[in-house]
Design a protein around this ligand. Structure first.
Ligand code: IPM
Ligand code: MN
Length: 353
């Protein structure tokens, strides 16, 4: 196979962690026997400050012509919050119709979790977050803006098509050999009776018709937050809407050991996926060779899995576990080695087998 991969290193420490991810990708490709072509793009805060451009439409069309996108970090201290998030990240999600946001929450051996008495076997689930609808659909408005009786509305948009394609992805995911055939719908059926009525019916109809082998569960989103802390072992695959997914996956990132290890994917199944470390651009660590690249390497692992190179993805995960066993800490500046050393450790492990 020959893959076309777009690379957006982005801002701050993004380019440093992306370089390590690409090192590991090269090692995995050599061993697995596939090839790839990289196209680099300089979208991010620096380019925005230079040209006023975030993600132009012409770039969207070019990106769409790739099998996957590897993203470092977007965020610049001199750019007003919201501009880059909306102009680059959300624009890519909507324009490329990346309707699944996939966030594995897995406590790797050797990683410290803030949850007392929980071990790697207790924290191993994935969240499938709907990524193009809900409260992110940008529907609503103001009435009498700026007056004392001002009204604002922010509407949650849930289409049967959008909900169902997300549910189907989650059901399929629950059938993977590395999962336990259990799918939990996380919602708020007791209060948000329109949105979650549609989700609830679609969940049960699709499950009855096409996935009778998958055990279905339901949990309210607030209770889910309690259980992430108290009983994370109850979860296998979770499916939820955009806003709830945004919130619970940050909690998930913390219980799996924090931003040093958390990675995610924005996916249009069968078409294209954009993979990124969850942590930000960490400007204060830029250029110091102290940032932890493991989350970016985890994003490469996810990208390999998406591309159908699941064996190579497994090697990368083992390489990450190997690197963790040699690192003093996962925190920037306290790893006992440099950013490039961590990348070397994983790449050497992947190459050697
Ligand atoms: C995420 C982020 C984004 C989101 C922001 C940066 C727009 O928090 O990927 O979870 O809210 O989806
Ligand atoms: Mn978020």
């Amino acid at each position: 196979m020959d893959y076309r991969i777009a690379v957006i290193p982005g801002d701050g420490t993004g380019p440093e962690v992306v370089a390590e991810g690409l090192k590991v990708l090269a090692a995995a490709a050599a061993r697995a026997g596939f090839t790839y072509q990289l196209t680099h793009y300089d979208f991010g805060g620096a380019r925005y400050l230079r040209t006023g451009e975030t993600l132009p439409d012409s770039a969207v069309a070019e990106l769409a012509d790739h099998d996957a996108i590897f993203l470092g970090a977007i965020g610049h201290p001199e750019v007003k919050p919201g501009i880059l998030e909306q102009g680059i990240l959300l624009k890519a999600r909507f324009a490329l119709d990346l309707y699944v946001n996939l966030r594995p929450v897995k406590l790797l051996p050797g990683v410290e979790t803030p949850i007392k008495d929980k071990e790697p076997e207790d924290i191993d689930f994935v969240v499938v977050r709907e990524n193009t609808e809900g409260l992110y659909a940008n529907t609503g408005g103001f009435l009498k803006k700026g007056t004392p009786d001002e009204i604002s509305t922010q509407v949650s948009v849930n289409t049967r098509l959008g909900v169902e394609r997300c549910l189907r992805y989650a059901f399929e995911y629950a059938r993977r050999p590395d999962r336990r055939r259990q799918l939990t719908l996380v919602g708020k059926t007791n209060v948000l009776t329109y949105a979650w009525d549609l989700w609830w019916r679609a969940f049960n109809e699709v499950g009855d018709a096409d996935y009778p082998d998958i055990k279905r569960e339901y949990a309210h989103v607030d209770a889910t937050c309690m259980w992430f802390v108290k009983n994370p072992e109850w979860f296998d695959v979770i499916v939820t809407d955009n806003m709830f997914g945004d919130i619970i996956t940050d909690l998930g990132a913390m219980i799996q050991g924090g931003m040093g290890v958390a990675a995610g994917g924005n996916i249009h199944p069968g078409k294209i996926g954009m993979f990124e470390p969850i942590g930000g651009s960490a400007p204060k660590y830029t250029g110091k060779n102290v940032i932890n690249p493991l989350a970016a390497i985890g994003a490469v692992q996810m990208m390999l899995d998406f591309l159908g190179q699941s064996e190579a993805a497994g090697w990368v995960e083992q390489g990450i576990i190997h690197a963790i066993s040699k690192m003093k800490s996962l925190n920037a500046g306290r790893m006992g080695m440099g950013t490039t050393d961590v990348g070397d450790l994983v790449a050497r492990f992947v190459a050697a087998g």
